[in-house]
Write a protein that binds this ligand. Structure first.
Ligand SMILES: [Mn+2]
Length: 431
């Protein structure tokens, strides 16, 4: 239990008390259904209770597109306010105990105080994210034509130094990983040599890699396109894996669900990266067209399930080597970010719970016997289960809310913050 909760915990208890009888009934009924399949519902609930996913500090403010942004009253303006909002998500869901920070957006003069502020609210700090995709005021060299892959040695050195700074701040926060995503690429055929750009990336990353503390990892995130639209230096998992292999064991690949070409089989990528020990982590979101950063599970919950099916299988195959960093990476343009993060955390945990319900023995036997329909049914039977009573029971037992979005609305938190916090400035669209 945390020392401080952003919402009065008694209100959560009152909310839960009203819903406990119905929840117990639903949980018992589902337990009986699962027992007929030889599954102990408490085992699944315990695994779900042990599951966690980090939330990104930047996900607490209203997102936007290059066409504009529509801030809501009461959204956070400082990293401390963002962490405070993260604590609300954690209090109500109990599966988001860590915050992933982003620099320089989260720069503070006192990282130790930020760490203490988080700890007081029951929050730790996950991977730190560097930002070399935009120039900062007064920056000595521009990233306009690239950062870690720039032809300008000055720009490369600046980008390297920034990543090393991120590691140092991350250590003060108690983080153990650096996430690197670069926007580097080209918009015109001929603009740069694909090969030289990649060489410069690997060279730059070697310096960053050498600065990693012993217990740290660097998570390298690929992305097909945007902001560069002709070519991207780290465009796909194959190129990313090449780089990670050149760097060493502490370099792993990060899979953001929106960073692939349409219809790419992401669950297969998961299986292959895990096979070579390079599956570093995930950025969960959903997409319809590209890097849409829509809420996880909102568009294609089945894909999320299939990804977790691979993750559960990977963990069973080699539990000692399995520790992917999970983070939600969404842009909340229309909803209250706290509500979206709550819903996403639930969708992610739900996909995990369903994947735990897959009859692995049946699946394996069907595969070996080339019984295609039964192999498919092993997955589909698990996917069709409504696991919400398991999620709710795990949450309530941990002190979270039976219905976290409703509880959040009942709390009046946003209205209270709207009165306390200064209004965010409206960001004009830049097309
Ligand atoms: Mn991402």
């Amino acid at each position: 239990m945390t020392k401080n909760t952003p919402l009065p915990q008694e209100r959560v208890e009152t909310h839960n008390t009203k819903r406990l009888d119905a929840l117990q009934e639903d949980f018992t009924a589902l337990g009986q259904t699962l027992a007929r399949r030889g599954i102990n519902i408490d085992n699944i609930k315990n695994k779900v209770a042990a599951f966690s996913v980090a939330i990104p500090s930047w996900g607490l403010a209203t997102g936007g597109t290059r066409f504009g942004r529509f801030p809501i009253p009461g959204e956070p303006n400082t990293v401390f306010e963002r962490v405070a909002d993260c604590a609300v998500v954690q209090q109500l869901t109990r599966i988001t105990p860590r915050v992933s920070t982003h620099f320089p957006w989260d720069t503070t003069s006192d990282p130790a105080a930020l760490r203490e502020f988080g700890a007081d609210l029951g929050l730790g700090f996950d991977a730190v994210n560097s930002n070399t995709f935009q120039d900062q005021p007064g920056q000595e060299a521009t990233y306009k034509f690239g950062s870690l892959t720039a032809t300008s040695a000055k720009a490369r050195d600046l980008a390297i130094a920034h990543n090393i700074d991120c590691i140092e701040v991350g250590q003060k926060l108690g983080a153990e990983a650096l996430t690197v995503w670069i926007g580097d690429g080209t918009n015109f055929p001929g603009q740069q040599s694909f090969r030289d750009s990649f060489d410069r990336y690997v060279d730059a990353m070697k310096t960053i890699y050498a600065a990693l503390p012993e217990n740290w990892r660097v998570l390298m995130e690929h992305k097909l396109c945007e902001p560069a639209f002709y070519s991207t230096v780290i465009a796909d998992w194959g190129v990313n894996l090449m780089a990670a292999n050149e760097l060493g064991p502490k370099a792993q690949c990060l899979v953001d669900l929106g960073h692939h070409a349409p219809n790419v089989n992401i669950e297969q990528i998961v299986a292959m990266l895990n096979r070579v020990g390079k599956l570093g982590g995930f950025h969960f979101n959903d997409s319809k067209y590209g890097d849409d950063d829509l809420d996880a599970g909102a568009i294609n919950p089945h894909m999320l399930f299939l990804i977790f099916n691979e993750l559960v299988e990977a963990e069973r195959t080699n539990p000692a080597a399995f520790h992917p960093a999970y983070m939600i990476d969404e842009s909340h343009n229309l909803t209250d970010p706290i509500e979206s993060l709550i819903a996403a955390a639930e969708a992610i945990a739900g996909a995990y719970a369903r994947a735990l319900l897959v009859d692995r023995a049946e699946l394996k036997a069907s595969r070996n016997g080339n019984d295609v329909m039964m192999a498919f049914r092993a997955l589909r039977t698990a996917y069709n289960v409504d696991v919400s009573p398991i999620l709710a029971m795990a949450r309530v037992e941990a002190g979270g809310a039976a219905d976290p979005v409703v509880m959040f609305r009942e709390s009046g938190y946003r209205a209270q913050k709207a009165a306390e916090r200064k209004a965010a400035t409206v960001a004009a669209g830049i097309i």
